[in-house]
Ligand binder design. Structure first.
Ligand code: XMP
Length: 333
């Protein structure tokens, strides 16, 4: 049997009871697979890696070593949330690596989006591999692979071209050939969320909007500078706060700010004030292959505009992107 293929008889996990059954099965399977060996996991804080972490903590406790690499491109408060949830609340074996300078130094002056993605992906593997080499007795690598990832790789094997290079920890160096533990690999995203809630993870974490592996690196357009990245992180935090306040966070599939590498003239305190524009993108989709834009009420847009231009240093305009996918992609990069 091809164990990368979802059996047609596999029931869709839609309830807590079905999730509990899945969790029990996976716990037994993982224990049988890994014995008393250690398992390493790159814990980004995204839905998939968080659910894998919670599942494996339940199955093997401290035999799981979670490594959270902060590449300096996380959203505001995200690394702190990972430390609070997994390091403190779930008492996981968590290694936190602040690699901000390593990433930002390598990215300095690089404006080509695919080059940026390659640098971030490769450096992620370097940092992760450095941490892995410090550990002893690790034989397995856990990954938050889900069924759409497997379907995507089938497509690529058939010779179809990927639109952009995605980010994961595959491709570790030769001396770190681990066997994989992928407990979610036959699940669709909605099932992963049901399993996550059944494991006791908070709703906000399990229903968190998607966030690309290269993080704010794909939204800080052109060559990343620390000041523009800081402005982006602060503006994005305001957008998320305002969407949460008015209920849009529950309704809109994905929403974020992108900042292009251009400045325009504005006026502040009766003086010339050159600044970047912050672009709001808020879309709805079912599978991320096509997307429509969410129509945000003007009063909310005015409030967001006011707050971003008054609270974030360096931003003097706020724009709204009305482009569907296709022709735009969801991300700007
Ligand atoms: P695009 O921009 O291609 O994005 O329309 C489609 C969806 O994919 C997300 N995205 C990523 N997710 N790693 C991920 O896990 C990545 O490298 C990556 N790049 C884009 C994007 O946020 C959108 O939801």
């Amino acid at each position: 049997m091809d164990n990368n293929k979802r059996p047609e008889t596999m029931e869709r996990i839609t309830t807590k009871a079905l999730a509990d059954k899945f969790i029990e099965e996976q716990i037994a399977e993982v224990r049988a697979q890994v014995g008393d060996k250690k398992v390493l996991l790159a814990l980004s804080g995204g839905v998939d890696s968080s659910v894998v972490a919670a599942l494996l903590i339940k199955a093997i406790g401290k035999q799981l070593v979670c490594v959270h690499v902060n590449h300096g491109l996380m959203r505001k408060g995200e690394s702190e949330a990972v430390i609070d949830m997994f390091g403190k609340e779930l008492d996981a074996n968590l290694v936190y690596v602040d690699a901000t300078d390593r990433f930002l130094d390598l990215l300095a002056g690089v404006s080509d989006p695919e080059k940026k993605r390659k640098i971030i992906g490769a450096e992620f593997i370097n940092v992760f591999a450095d941490e892995a080499r410090k550990l002893e007795g690790v034989a397995y690598l856990a990954q938050g692979t889900i069924y759409p990832d497997i379907l995507e790789s089938f497509k690529q094997a058939e010779g179809k071209k990927a639109v952009k290079s995605h980010h994961n920890v595959g491709g570790l160096p030769e001396d770190l050939k681990f066997e994989l533990v992928e407990p979610l690999k036959l699940l669709f995203k909605d099932e992963v969320r049901v399993v996550g809630e059944a494991l006791g993870l908070p709703h906000a974490m399990v229903y968190r909007q998607p966030f690309p592996g290269p993080g704010l690196g794909v939204r800080c357009l052109g060559a990343i500078t620390r000041d523009r990245l800081h402005a982006l992180r602060e503006a994005d935090a305001i957008l998320r706060e305002e969407f949460a306040n008015c209920g849009l966070a529950e309704k809109v599939w994905q929403y974020f700010i992108a900042i292009p590498d251009i400045k325009s003239v504005g006026v502040k305190d009766e003086s010339r004030y050159e600044g970047w524009p912050a672009i709001i993108r808020a879309i709805n989709t079912t599978d991320a292959m096509t997307a429509t834009i969410e129509e945000i009420p003007y009063d909310i847009l005015h409030k967001i505009t006011y707050r971003i231009t008054h609270e974030v240093e360096g931003i003097n305009r706020v724009l709204m992107d009305l482009t569907p996918k296709p022709i735009g992609t969801i991300e700007w990069e």
